[in-house]
Design a protein around this ligand. Structure first.
Ligand SMILES: Nc1nc2c(ncn2[C@@H]2O[C@H](COP(=O)(O)OP(=O)(O)OP(=O)(O)O)[C@@H](O)[C@H]2O)c(=O)[nH]1
Ligand SMILES: [Mg+2]
Length: 375
């Protein structure tokens, strides 16, 4: 698989090539709309562009990356107003910073949904430097916070690598109810289908009949087969059969949907462990990725969710959804600092192309952007 191997073109530009495909308007069971999704340029002859065409293509890529960055800035605007602007208040009317900044900063950081532990680490790092007179004004403090947050996030920037990995590459997708698991599966499937990979969806959410319908509709629209069991079937048996089907059909990527569950419900967490053991039995090494999908609007509870799911499974990657409307995108910083789990994807909308590989630099730039952009 080659999608992940594409040269980095910035947060957004690297994800898609130029060819447009699939148009689907109505979302199954959710508000997702497949719009024009862009292919990865796997067409023969793409590498034979003339110089003028190449320049045109790189201009188009740059423009696309810029537009996408603007979308992220817009998506994070609520997060920014809760997080950065409350920090701004700390500096109102102050020409110089002194030791009293600590109490004001403390309040702003603790409210910022980054988690208490991370808030206090950032606070300590700022107040130490203020005492040593290394940070003299608002700009310096913001610059310092931005650098520290970038440092935290860059350590977990790690797109999902399926290229040259085992085949089938099996991804088990877990999370609390409504976090965006099925939608994220459909978005990942669309990217891989467009890149020419053989994808199988496994309807491991047997809890609700509607969940099977939802993934079936997606499978049909995306042109992927779907493995499903009888009504209320044991999810482990569905997954067992699904992996057999994937092996028989030389599938590249298997995306396993699971029912949403509260991390506090022990029997449901045990069921996930069982599904995982079943996969391992059927295909040693599987799942190759256990992706936890977190709704960015959850706030600090998301840190606890991540910890509990991680203790049960463990989690190998995170997808943070709904960053477009979230006022609590700062939670990504707390999760990253406390758990150091690779962040694979961010969801910035309901549309099929609203899934991005996580990029720490662009996230931080968007978070600290001085101006809002219009979408
Ligand atoms: N704005 C926005 N909405 C999203 C995003 N991702 C998912 N959604 C919406 O969130 C809702 C729930 O999505 P699902 O994919 O069904 O969530 P789920 O985790 O599978 O839900 P359960 O299976 O019930 O646990 C749907 O309306 C989606 O369209 C995103 O990145 N941004
Ligand atoms: Mg679902």
């Amino acid at each position: 698989m080659s999608q992940e191997n594409q040269e980095k073109k910035g947060f957004f530009g690297r994800i898609f090539g130029r060819e447009k495909t699939a148009v689907v308007e109505e979302a199954p069971g959710g508000g997702v709309v497949v719009e024009m999704i862009e292919a990865c340029g796997t067409e023969p002859g793409n590498d034979k562009m003339g110089l003028a065409e190449q320049e045109g293509a790189s201009d188009a890529n740059a423009k696309e990356a810029e537009q996408d960055f603007t979308r992220l800035v817009a998506g994070l605007s609520k997060t920014r107003s809760g997080f950065i602007r409350s920090l701004d208040k700390v500096f109102l009317g102050r020409r110089e910073l002194d030791a009293t900044i600590a109490s004001h900063l403390e309040e702003a950081l603790v409210r910022a949904d980054i988690g208490v532990k991370t808030a206090y680490e950032l606070l300590e790092s700022v107040t130490e430097r203020v005492k040593r007179k290394e940070l003299a004004d608002r700009g310096a403090v913001m610059g310092h916070l931005k650098a520290v947050i970038y440092d935290i996030l860059s350590q977990v920037e790690s797109p999902m690598q399926t290229a040259d990995g085992p085949e089938p590459f099996v991804v088990m997708v877990v999370g609390v109810n409504g976090s965006g698991k099925t939608t994220t599966i459909a978005k990942i499937a669309a990217r891989h289908k467009t890149a020419g990979h053989k994808v199988l969806l496994v309807a491991g959410d047997t809890f609700r009949a509607a969940a099977v319908d939802q993934i079936e509709v997606w499978a049909e629209r995306l042109g992927c087969p779907v493995a499903k069991g009888k009504d209320k079937a044991d999810p482990s048996s569905v997954v067992f059969e699904g992996l057999r089907q994937a092996m028989d059909d030389a599938t590249h990527l298997v995306l396993v949907d699971t029912a949403g569950r509260l991390h506090t419900r022990t029997p449901l967490m045990d069921q996930l462990k069982k599904i995982r053991r079943t996969m391992e039995k059927q295909l040693p090494g599987a799942p190759h990725e256990t992706l936890l999908v977190i709704d960015a609007s959850t706030g600090q509870n998301a840190i606890l969710q991540a910890k509990t799911f991680n203790e049960a499974l463990p989690i190998t990657g995170l997808a943070l959804t709904k960053l477009d409307g979230a006022s609590k995108g700062g939670v990504l910083v707390g999760i990253s600092n406390e758990l150091k789990i690779p962040i694979r994807y961010v969801g910035i909308g309901e549309k099929m192309d609203d899934l991005r590989d996580f990029n720490a630099r662009d996230f931080v730039e968007a978070l600290f952007a001085e101006k809002d952009h219009n979408r």
